[in-house]
Design a protein. Structure first.
Length: 227
């Protein structure tokens, strides 16, 4: 029986100089390939960027469990991911994540998309538990982009003066709705839709018509792929 052949990882997790070199390469590749999303002025790496970092270290993600937690009011899935050394099979990190259409940004998602996002988040979470410091060294935030919805919900609300300042900033910011619709309509790939959504998240979440337009555009990409 033919065995799977593997090569030695490009970098070593226990070698400081090797990891600094990888951080430099990550920074360059993620920016060149657009593997991060701008969320509130900060760069959060998409799961593909985390997978590249893991592959460079010989670390492979494996979804080991998915659970249907749906009820009468919501579609909800939980996924578990293990990150293992591709050469030795040793378990080095685990990530568990949820996704539900009860989330504001997922209210129009189909069941398969909810399940898929739960798995995507679990992969990012597993890598984050091991390599968060590496992404910070590369100049990015330590939280995967797909996990940001949870991060915002769990974050403590600002109090006192800080809250007032935040509200003042929101009032000053203006959005050209016509231009935003044109941007969505002109998108040629799903990554562009994701960047637009997170760039105008608060505005779009409050506009049902824009949410429907985003969903329709996303579905058009899906149908083209199936053809």
């Amino acid at each position: 029986m033919e065995q799977l052949q593997t090569t030695n990882p490009s970098y070593s997790l226990i070698n400081k100089d090797s990891m600094l070199q990888l951080a430099s390469e990550l920074s360059k590749l993620i920016k060149e390939k657009g593997l991060s999303s701008n969320i509130q002025g900060k760069q959060f790496v998409n799961v593909e960027g985390w997978q590249f970092a893991g592959a460079s270290l010989g670390l492979m993600p494996i979804i080991t469990l998915t659970q249907d937690l749906s009820n009468e009011t919501a579609i909800k899935y939980m996924a578990t991911c293990e990150v293992r050394n591709i050469t030795t099979g040793q378990l080095v990190a685990t990530g568990i994540a949820l996704c539900s259409n009860a989330e504001k940004t997922k209210r129009y998602f189909d069941e398969y998309a909810i399940l898929s996002m739960a798995q995507t988040r679990a992969i990012g979470k597993a890598y984050r538990n091991l390599l968060a410091w590496l992404m910070k060294a590369a100049g990015f935030e330590a939280t995967p982009a797909e996990e940001m919805d949870f991060a915002k919900e769990e974050a403590k609300k600002p109090e006192g003066t800080a809250k007032i300042i935040e509200l003042e900033v929101e009032e000053v910011a203006e959005v050209d709705r016509v231009d935003l619709i044109k941007q969505i309509t002109d998108c040629t790939k799903n990554k562009e839709l994701v960047d637009i959504y997170y760039g105008y998240k608060q505005y779009i979440d409050g506009d049902k018509a824009l949410l429907m337009l985003l969903k329709s555009k996303k579905e058009s990409f899906t149908s083209k792929t199936k053809k």
